[in-house]
Design a protein around this ligand. Structure first.
Ligand SMILES: Nc1ncnc2c1ncn2[C@@H]1O[C@H](COP(=O)(O)OP(=O)(O)OP(=O)(O)O)[C@@H](O)[C@H]1O
Ligand SMILES: [Mg+2]
Length: 391
């Protein structure tokens, strides 16, 4: 849906596109102000070349200003992307047009539900100022509240399971083990079966225990160490059939977290990605299965989650992307609920656990999925001064 808005006189193109003229002391130049804005802003010329992009836009598009200056919008998006239609319209009408739900999808860009505002610059015919608003953070917040509800529903059950199942289970297992020594070979198969199945149930209950309401012990954690550990476990184990690629921002500050729980989160996400790839025999046969782990510092991502410590900011972004077949349509709306699974031997606890841990940390998780590309994005807190000083 588009709406034509009334138009204010835009800032001078000279000041945005070119190196700032030496501003009189005490004067703040427009480029510096735009660069500081947490909203992505770009200026395109008549041929859709990038004349300017602020820092938030570099992050949003995933391309540095230096690279942007050498390409056109057509290098990022295919010709049929609706953004080009919007640009044509803006240039023809000399107006401002707002589209609140664009999908920006190209070889290295994938953003759904993006709000775009395009404004024609009168002084420079053909030049258009674009601002983007990634609504995914807001959507993630909405969904996060649902995830927390889903995790809570399991919290009570985990306590019951721990008491009512685990104790009798160890009795059953012990009895089977005792019998093993005195029964015939044929019957021993049965006692082994009892023992193995009891172990399986115990493992399941152990996994459920994390859903209990225990305070988490946190400290400064280097996310790359966590990822490195997970990558090693995955590469030699459940993801041995997949290429694991890492794209890390080495300058990331530590996150404020429980290290072991973060390992669990990442293990579950990477394991799901590996299992999705394994479910596509053609992908395996071509040896083309790939999981990409990325980390980034997202400037402007200063969301504080309701109900969590308001001093925690969420600028660390960790993504796990795979090129498997995508999340089945019918489970997407319940993805983070416990016992939702499409796998014959899956327990459907992995993502519920992920949502619970991420929620406990005051972080966010969101997902985009289509055939050939599934991406889980995790927003994690960093420590700021006030947090470090807290008693
Ligand atoms: N990367 C992915 N690609 C495609 N589908 C996925 C992906 N990650 C999760 N899913 C879907 O979400 C479902 C739920 O995942 P979840 O990790 O909660 O449970 P599970 O993997 O089925 O079982 P468990 O993790 O308990 O062994 C999966 O069964 C699968 O259908
Ligand atoms: Mg799983």
């Amino acid at each position: 849906m588009k709406a034509v808005l009334t138009r204010d006189r835009p800032a001078s193109v000279e000041r945005l596109a070119l190196p700032p003229p030496s501003a009189p002391s005490g004067d703040i130049d427009a480029q510096a102000m735009l660069s500081a804005l947490p909203v992505p802003v770009v200026l395109l010329d008549a041929a859709n070349r990038f004349r300017f992009a602020n820092h938030a836009a570099e992050q949003f598009l995933g391309v540095s200003l230096m690279q942007l200056r050498q390409i056109t919008l057509a290098s990022l998006l295919p010709e049929d992307n609706p953004l080009f239609g919007l640009l044509t319209q803006v240039r023809q009408q000399g107006s401002t047009i707002f589209d609140h739900d664009l999908t920006l999808e190209g070889p290295r860009l994938y953003k759904r539900g993006t709000a775009v505002q395009a404004t024609a610059l009168l002084e420079e015919p053909g030049c258009v100022l674009l601002t983007f608003q990634d609504s995914s953070a807001a959507r993630a917040l909405d969904r996060q509240i649902q995830f927390r509800g889903a995790a809570r529903s399991v919290t009570g059950m985990s306590a019951v399971l721990a008491h009512e199942v685990k104790n009798p289970l160890s009795g059953i297992r012990g009895a089977a083990q005792l019998l093993e020594g005195s029964v015939t070979d044929g019957d021993r198969e049965l006692t082994v079966l009892i023992r193995d199945e009891a172990d399986r149930i115990r493992d399941l209950v152990d996994r459920m225990e994390i859903f209990g309401e225990k305070p988490i012990e946190r400290r400064a954690v280097n996310i790359h160490r966590v990822l490195e550990h997970v990558r090693r476990l995955a590469g030699t184990g459940f993801a041995a059939h997949v290429r694991l690629t890492e794209v890390y921002d080495p300058s990331l500050p530590p996150t404020w977290a429980n290290r072991d729980q973060l390992v669990q989160v990442m293990l579950n996400l990477v394991k799901n990605a590996a299992e999705a790839i394994a479910s596509d025999p053609a992908l395996i046969e071509r040896g083309a299965g790939e999981i990409v782990l990325t980390t980034a510092y997202q400037h402007g991502m200063r969301l504080a989650v309701a109900g969590s410590d308001h001093r925690l900011l969420l600028p660390l972004v960790v993504t796990v992307r795979d090129n498997g077949p995508g999340i089945p349509e019918d489970i997407r709306s319940h993805l983070f609920e416990a016992f939702v699974t499409s796998k014959p031997s899956g327990s459907g606890l992995g993502l519920a656990l992920v949502a619970k841990i991420v929620g406990d940390h005051g972080g966010l998780i969101e997902v985009d999925s289509r055939p050939g590309r599934t991406e889980f994005r995790l927003f994690l807190p960093v420590i700021i001064e006030a947090e470090a000083d807290a008693p």
